[in-house]
Every structure is written in C-alpha cells, then in structure tokens.
Design a binder for this molecule. Structure first.
Ligand SMILES: *[C@@H]1O[C@H](CO)[C@@H](O)[C@H](O)[C@H]1NC(C)=O
Ligand SMILES: *[C@@H]1O[C@H](CO)[C@@H](O)[C@H](O)[C@H]1NC(C)=O
Length: 329
C-alpha cells in the first residue's frame, strides 16, 4: 500500500506535467500556424499604401556592420534592379559594398522572399522604356516609408560599385536639410546639368521631399527612358542645385564608366564622354579622385575584385605611406 501510494503520487504528477506540456505545445503550435496564416493573408490582402507600389511590407533592412558616421548622416542606398538581374547582378552588391550603407534596398517589379536582401516591388512594367516610371515609383515609396529613416538617398544601378566611406566623406560637406543632389554631372539638355544614372546619384532628404511633392502636383510626370535626364530636369525646376562632387583638386569622384577605360588612353573612351561631362575630364590616374565614390559597368567579378583591392590587398610596406613616416626614412 505504502509503496504503491508513494509511486502513484509522482507518476500522477508526471502524467499531469506531460499533459500540461502536451497541451501547451499544442497551443503554441496552433498559434504559430494561425499567425503564419494571418501573415500570409495579410500579405495578400492588405491594401497597398496609396501612391506607393510596394507589394511587400517592411522587411528588416540590411544594416551596415560599421556604425553610421555621425558627420555624414544616415545613408540609404537603393539599387534599381529587375527580376532578370536580381540574382545575377544585384546579389553581388549584397556580398560587396551594399551592407556598408545604413539601409540597403532593391527596387524591382516583383518581390523575392528568397533574396538575401530587401526587395521592394514597384507596380511598374520592366524594360528601359519604364525606367523613369520605376524611378518615380521608387521615390514615392522612399518618401512614404523611409524619409524619417535616412538623411541621404543614393540611387545606384545593379552594375554600379560604390565606395561608401568616400561617399560619406563627400556628404559630410553638405546638409541633408538643404536641397542638393550629387553625382557625375553631365552638361547636356539641362542648363545646370544632370547626374548620370549609371554612376549613381544622391539626393538630400529635402530634395526627395521636394521631388515627391512635385510628382503629386503633376509638375514632373512625363516619362521616357532617360530617367536620369528627367530627374535632373525636374530638380532644376524645383530649385534643387546640382552640387559639385569633385575633390579639392577638381578631380571627379563619380564615374559613369568602368575604371579600366578611364585609366587607359583617349581612344578607349566612348565618343559621348567628353560631350557629356560638365567639367573637363582626363584619362589616366588624374581621371579620378583618390577618394572616388563610384564606378559604373562593374561586372559581378569586378565587384569582388574592387572589394579585394580596396579592403584587403596592400603591397608590403603599405601603399598609403603617412607623410611623417616617409620623412623619417
Ligand atoms: C508610366 O506610368 C503611367 C501610369 O502610371 C502610364 O500611363 C505610362 O504609360 C507609363 N509609361 C510608360 C513608358 O510605360
Ligand atoms: C593620390 O594618391 C597618390 C598615390 O598615393 C599620391 O601620390 C597623390 O599625392 C594623392 N593625391 C592627393 C591629392 O592626395
């Protein structure tokens, strides 16, 4: 009797614990499924925010491993990409320069939940003819969901390489509360010039705000394939000055070509190059500022090469001698 009593008590307790555990587990499981269903439904039926065309909610943005530099402000980088090039080009930005921005977004016409970065789907058609529509939709989205989360908005193509630290250095000379936009200044068609789309361009928060207000008022809504030109045209109309992004030695920092072409000889440059540059340009090492910000036409393989040259490789003895050290030798 005693024995059975003493064994039955703990075994009942065990049974109870087991049952309670089972019920709790079941509940948790049920809740998880219900939550997932609700999430799926919300993904399907939540009305899109008016004017913007994001099909996805806010996914966590890829954050920089470095703390944001206080002098330059928070940098949001958005990459204009497409479902066709998301995995072949844009992915390599996630693996190289992209995470050095404080916020990194990819604007495409389709969402992609498997992509290792935040893809925002714009309700526009793909193709060159729709580039400006895509850009307008992107700015609408940035204005509605990210205006208070960043000070500077860099647009890059999915074959642009950006040296983010140098961009921050450049931006520290400007205020995000002032209307200004920066990039490789071209001189055709717009009196104050406009910034090359391929080299990437940066708008201050104030400029984004002015631009999107103008879109809502129908001030700047014509559409052609030349998105960079139309944006420049609109920004001039709105009194947003085209800033000078050159360094103190007047060398360019944003480059609409691959570095190889700029370093080589005149005949490697495309014919349009000198016609389009706002400031006289050179070939050879003087093509480019020591604190260059961007290059265009960077194939994925070259992205990794640039990353390696800039952040890993250095000849024995260091290729950036400090003045004090060289004097002592
Ligand atoms: C751009 O979008 C508007 C409507 O939002 C549309 O009417 C127009 O055809 C589009 N432009 C192009 C080039 O597809
Ligand atoms: C750019 O870098 C080169 C090589 O280190 C150096 O000789 C040159 O003085 C630098 N130019 C400026 C303006 O810092």
């Amino acid at each position: 009797m005693r024995m059975s009593k003493s064994t039955s008590k703990p075994s009942r307790l065990l049974d109870f614990t087991f049952c309670a555990g089972f019920v709790l587990g079941f509940c948790l499981c049920f809740m998880a499924i219900a939550y997932y269903r609700a999430y799926q439904i919300s993904q399907e039926t939540v009305p899109l925010p008016s004017r913007t065309s994001s099909l996805l909610g806010e996914l966590p943005s890829v954050l920089s491993p470095l703390p944001p530099s206080p002098s330059s402000g928070r940098l949001l980088c958005w990459v204009l990409t497409s479902p066709q090039t998301l995995w072949t080009r844009a992915k390599h930005i996630v693996n190289t320069w992209g995470p050095r921005c404080d916020t990194l977004l990819f604007m495409s016409s389709k969402p992609d939940l498997l992509f290792p970065g935040t893809v925002l789907a714009l309700a526009t058609e793909e193709g060159r003819a729709n580039l400006y529509n895509k850009t307008m939709a992107a700015f609408n989205l940035l204005h509605d969901s990210y205006l208070d989360k960043a000070d500077w908005f860099l647009k890059a193509d999915d074959d642009t390489y950006v040296i983010v630290e140098n961009l921050r250095l450049l931006l520290s000379r400007f205020s995000p509360d002032q209307p200004v936009y920066l990039g490789r200044r071209f001189r055709r068609f717009v009196p104050q010039g406009y910034m090359s789309g391929g080299a990437g361009y940066v708008l201050s928060r104030e400029s984004v705000s002015r631009y999107v207000r103008a879109l809502h008022h129908g001030t700047c809504s014509q559409s052609t394939s030349a998105e960079d030109l139309l944006l420049g045209f609109c920004l001039q109309k709105l009194g947003v000055p085209a800033g000078d992004s050159r360094d103190l030695q007047h060398r360019e920092t944003f480059h609409p070509l691959w570095l190889g072409k700029l370093l080589c000889t005149e005949d490697t440059l495309p014919k349009w190059f000198h016609q389009y540059n706002y400031y006289p340009s050179k070939v050879g090492p003087d093509c480019c500022s020591n604190s260059s910000v961007s290059f265009h036409y960077v194939k994925p393989v070259r992205m990794y090469m640039l990353d390696y040259f800039l952040y890993h490789l250095s000849p024995v003895g260091g290729h950036r001698p400090k003045l004090g050290e060289t004097r002592e030798e």
